[in-house]
Design a protein around this ligand. Structure first.
Ligand SMILES: [Zn+2]
Length: 335
């Protein structure tokens, strides 16, 4: 016997077909008590607002085993039902009992449903409202979870702008119920399961990964521990200060960085490679003798740096992203 939600015409079963690099554990559907509603904070009509794209981001950038949500609703990918009405697609990503990453310490007992879109500025379209109401009714019939909550109603997440649409109104269409608004961003935050600097920054448009790195020296972004306290609100603009006095010219830094793109397969002028070697050695990504020659040791040190700070771009080239991270790390070490 399958679930009743499987009979919805707008359901697409993509279990096992989305990007992944490991397995989440399946604790069985009875482990789930809460249905947690998310939005993606990416505009719903963009190419990146699909389950496939979220999967790629969660795996390649966040380093998670697979997409964090159990279901993703795609408001711009429509399917016509047998009654002729248009419905938004539901992408089925994981069995309901899977313990995936979407609400930190509550992952074990929560099913994650993400409606693609940024509902701080967008409105749910009719096809999406119809899908949310039909899908919710089916989950209730199937006894998958007992209660519904917005992401920011889960413990520790009151500051998250997720989901900001009125999910309860969507269940019932005409009976709006207000959802609690997110509270201000706390200065510090205790790491929950599945959190990464990239996933935190991604849901907060005014805090960047570089801010988190710069504000939390001594914290290894690749090795966050559950319960570890990091600066969150307090990291705002620590790296990207918009109204700061003009940036120092590179030659006033202790470790000025190369002014051109260097690295694997590039022309590598000696004086520029030398700058990179000095910077890498200064932050303990040892690359051997500082001789200005692009060789295996320098390449390996840059690769190790990228694996930690730009895991979405390990190309052994010092381009704009890697350069920005390197500058942030140097700054966090007082250089
Ligand atoms: Zn969320």
């Amino acid at each position: 016997m399958g679930y009743s939600f499987e009979k919805l015409p707008q359901l697409i079963d993509m279990r096992g077909k989305l990007p992944r690099k490991g397995e989440y554990v399946d604790l069985g559907v009875n482990s789930k008590t809460v249905r947690v509603w998310h939005h993606s904070l990416t505009k719903s009509n963009l190419a990146g607002s699909t389950a496939e794209a979220f999967g790629r981001f969660h795996v390649n950038t966040n380093g998670w085993p697979g997409v964090g949500y159990h279901f993703v609703i795609e408001p711009h990918n429509l399917i016509k039902g047998p009654d002729g009405r248009m419905r938004a697609r539901i992408i089925w990503c994981h069995n309901p009992g899977v313990k995936s990453f979407h609400v930190g310490n509550s992952n074990k007992f929560s099913v994650g449903i993400c409606v693609a879109g940024d509902y701080r500025s967008e409105k749910l379209n009719d096809a999406t409202l119809l899908t949310v109401s039909e899908f919710h009714a089916a989950l209730v019939r199937d006894k998958i979870g007992k209660d519904d909550k917005a992401h920011n109603q889960m413990p520790g997440y009151s500051w998250k702008p997720c989901c900001v649409f009125d999910y309860k109104a969507a269940f019932f269409f005409n009976k709006p119920v207000n959802v609690s608004k997110p509270t201000p961003l706390p200065g510090t935050y205790d790491i929950q399961e599945g959190d990464t600097f990239w996933s935190l920054a991604n849901e907060l448009k005014d805090i960047t990964v570089q801010d988190l790195i710069a504000a939390n020296p001594g914290v290894n972004p690749q090795n966050l521990k559950i319960g570890q306290t990091i600066k969150l609100g307090k990291s705002k603009n620590v790296y990207t200060r918009p109204y700061e006095t003009p940036k120092k010219p590179q030659n006033e830094y202790k470790y000025p960085l190369p002014l051109v793109t260097i690295g694997k397969g590039k022309k590598n002028p000696k004086q520029e490679v030398l700058k990179l070697q000095k910077a890498l050695n200064a932050i303990n990504y040892k690359c051997g003798v500082e001789d200005g020659i692009w060789g295996p040791k320098t390449e390996d040190a840059l690769k190790r740096f990228q694996e930690v700070y730009t895991p979405y771009e390990v190309d052994r080239i010092l381009g704009p992203n890697t350069r920005r991270q390197l500058q942030a790390v140097l700054k966090s070490k007082g250089h």
